[in-house]
Design a protein around this ligand. Structure first.
Ligand code: ATP
Ligand code: MG
Length: 466
């Protein structure tokens, strides 16, 4: 972290510094008491299970430079008595963002924000792989993309950091704007808003588009907006920006950054020719499924906008590794291939996963999908699951395994649409045993469901890694 004086932190958070030397300096930001280091700022967040305030005296003993605490807390008197170096703030979570923004304002790094309904982490990981050999880069871990994860990532910026790549997620209206108010992005990427063939479900996607477009509206005039030209709602956002725009797409021939000759090899790994405004290069992508090509184009568009050459970009794309649970392929000794995409699922990503599955079906083998519930779909949930069942049937999936009640609706719809072989299970723990007698060499099995469906258990058991 770029060091900040305690006075600076108090001013940035609008808080009151007590029992501490204003000229003391803090050089890291922590919300987990177990990660405390000498010189750290500890933000005592009111957690869901434990109140961070419980650890205040402990972290100070362990060397924390200062703690951010709520103004009116039952322990306030005791902290005063013990002369705990602290900054009292109205809201600790807001203050966390304010500290992160103070770091960001002190840094010369260019900040890249990545938002969208799917593909944020994949795009972020690819971009970090492309940039890291050439620029001192900080990127968020995993999917740390909310009002806690984003400030913590920004706090990792040091004085020599050149680029920070930040995934921005949203769980409600106004959140992207709030994250932008902290991160002050120079470059904004919007991956996807639409839900492809789920378009018929009302106009809620227009509301999602307004939410995600907050990122590009936050960009300064000298910034760069990177927009997916294959998604009409994302492309339309170019009307909302004052800065330079680069578009990317596989299907839209007018896009600035394109892929041609997209092919999937026998393992479902894409290769293509990358077209940038300044040149072309062949790319072999170590990922599974055509949808990863679009994410690679997003990363390439940012990298070209930041001045990397087409050769550097192509080499970087070839070297990245996907985070766990995203189309992770393993080969079993008996010849069955397991694709673990259990990390998350929504209608767009399940469609992409099913297409990748059938594209990677092998000679003499079958395409098998194990579907867990797609969470957070509210009123659309039942129909969205049925639609996935119909899609699986129309794509020619050979065996459809449903885990849980909603996926059972998908299996029923698949059967109605002509998919002959379906199986319904209650729990992910049952998958491996139920499939054991059914699987044959050369079969490819895709496991896909929301995190809450817990399919990683089944993926590990199937792949034989437990
Ligand atoms: P989260 O909101 O959970 O952080 P995310 O936006 O970071 O998700 P990823 O982790 O990159 O997205 O991918 C999530 C799922 O979406 C994976 O199953 C992945 O295969 C799929 N996916 C990734 N990119 C695309 C895309 N461009 N189109 C459709 N599906 C995609
Ligand atoms: Mg993510």
């Amino acid at each position: 972290m770029i060091p900040l004086s305690l006075e600076h932190i108090a001013v940035a958070t609008g808080g009151r510094l007590l029992d501490a030397d204003p000229e003391h300096v803090a050089d890291s930001l922590v919300v987990d008491s177990r990660q405390i280091r000498p010189g750290a700022i500890f933000a005592a967040l009111p957690g869901e299970r434990v109140d961070g305030a419980r650890f205040v005296t402990q972290v100070v003993r362990e060397g924390a430079a200062v703690v951010l605490v709520p103004r009116e807390h039952p322990d306030s008197a005791s902290w005063a008595e013990q002369k705990v170096p602290r900054i009292e703030v109205a809201d600790v979570q807001t203050a966390l963002g304010h500290v992160a923004r103070a770091v960001r304002l002190r840094s010369r790094a260019q900040v890249v924000g990545v938002t969208g309904s799917s593909g944020k982490t994949s795009t972020k990981d690819m971009l970090a792989a492309v940039l890291s050999p050439h620029r001192r880069t900080v990127a968020n871990e995993k999917s740390f993309n909310n009002e806690v994860g984003l400030p913590l990532t920004l706090s990792r910026i040091s004085s020599d950091t050149q680029i920070a790549v930040l995934e921005m997620g949203t769980a409600g209206a106004g959140q992207i704007a709030e994250l932008c108010d902290i991160a002050l992005p120079d470059v904004g990427v919007v991956t996807i808003v639409g839900m492809s063939h789920f378009e018929q479900f009302g106009n809620s996607q227009d509301a999602i588009a307004v939410e995600k477009s907050a990122l590009v509206r936050a960009l300064p005039p000298e910034g760069l907006a990177v927009l997916n030209a294959d998604d009409e709602r994302v492309l339309a956002m170019r009307l909302q920006v004052a800065c330079r725009v680069l578009t990317y797409g596989v299907h839209n021939e007018d896009a600035d950054v394109r892929a041609t000759g997209v092919r999937l090899d026998a393992d479902g790994r894409p290769s293509f020719t990358l077209h940038l405004p300044e040149g072309t290069a062949p790319v072999d992508l170590p990922a599974t499924g055509e949808h990863m090509v679009v994410n690679a184009l997003a990363a390439a568009a940012v990298a070209t906008g930041l001045g990397l050459t087409v050769t550097e970009i192509a080499q970087g794309l070839a070297s990245f590794t996907l985070s766990p649970g995203r189309m992770q392929t393993s080969e079993r000794a008996d010849g069955v291939r397991v694709i673990d995409d259990s990390y998350n699922a929504n209608p767009v990503s399940v469609e992409a996963g099913l297409r990748a599955l059938v594209a990677s079906r092998r000679e003499g083998g079958r395409a098998v999908v194990v579907l867990g519930e797609m969470a957070d779909l509210a009123d659309l949930a039942d129909e969205a699951h049925r639609a996935i069942g119909r899609l699986a049937a129309s794509l020619g999936v050979d065996l459809f395994v449903a885990v849980g009640a909603r996926p059972e609706l998908a299996a029923a719809a698949a059967r109605e649409a002509g998919l002959e072989h379906t199986l319904v299970l209650d729990k992910p723990q049952e998958v491996a045993a139920a499939l054991a007698p059914l699987l044959e060499p050369a079969d490819v099995v895709l496991l896909k469901g929301s995190r809450s469906a817990g399919l990683e258990v089944a993926a590990q058991a199937l792949a034989g890694t437990t």
